[in-house]
Design a protein around this ligand. Sequence first.
Ligand code: SAH
Length: 349
Amino acid sequence: MKDIFGWELDKLVEDVKELGMPAFRAKQIFQWIYQKNIFAFDGMRNLSKTDIEKLKANFSILPQDLIVLKVLQSQDRITRKFLLQLKDGAAVETVLMHHDYGYSICVSSQVGCDMHCAFCASGLNGCQRSLTKAEILAQVYLCNSILSAENQRISRIVVMGSGEPMLNFDNVFAALEFLHDEKTANMSYRNMTVSTCGVIVGIERMENLGHPINLAISLHAVRDELRTKLMPINKANPFVKVIVAAEKYAKKTGRDVTYEYIMLRGCNDSTEDAQLLANFLKFKHASVNLIPANSVLEHGLQKSDEKTIDRFLQVLNRNHINATVRKEMGGDIAAACGQLRNQFAKERT
Ligand code: SAH
């Protein structure tokens, strides 16, 4: 049994021909899956019964084989979180958010994470494995099929779930290129964002691809020692060099870089830190997203209070840095990176 989900059309044509069917069958199947979100051959109404039986005997389509372990709807009515079980039993999280412009999805790129950031729940148990291109796409298509019942579809995708996308570069970007194709989801690169903890070679490779995909950098600290403590990646990829690479990316693609900055009480939230941050980003193609930290009990870190966040924001604004505070969404459903998966793992044991 071959899983055809995520195959390019050319490849599907070859395999459909091998089953003795004409090439246009592949086109029909392609439309059913990627434009109409139908993942069962039985539902592909313009195929003959014999072909459907042949296809069922030979091919599977991944979203059908995913098990939805949990669906959590936040009280804010805006955020829905899914815990999905993959074929090998591994579980990943996907978050679906409703904004005034439409729906956005936050996908995971790996099962767990090896970056070991001090505030993050994803890295508590390391990285089990990277997701395949099909598994990344399946998160999007599963949500699209849910939304299609409401006559809606996903318009934005952020690769900001569990995992470090730059360490699964080929699959992440192959998935995004697939979604960009007009024969599939026809999504604009400008509506896609990849978030990294600062893997410089990844940023450079992304620049070489040349797509106007948005780049987000998880910065979180602008003092070298502190950043290394919070994010060990800073040792091999010091943040000053990350900012240089990101600025190059911004100039090449014309897309401003978003710097994410988690506000951690008494740790990185002083006015001095705000001023330092402003100095680093002044005159850059950059904006800042301040994130009130979701506490991860295992780590004992807490979010800054509102007043401190506000003061921090004002320093940035005074320095003409475009900055916003991220709305806290889905806090009640453990929507932050890796939190739900961890809860689930704990419940299991
Ligand atoms: N590895 C990538 C993408 C996954 S993390 C990256 O580092 O960007 C996605 C975002 O969630 C990052 O900005 C990360 O720093 C943030 N995050 C992780 N733990 C968090 C927490 N406890 N509270 C708020 N944001 C968190």
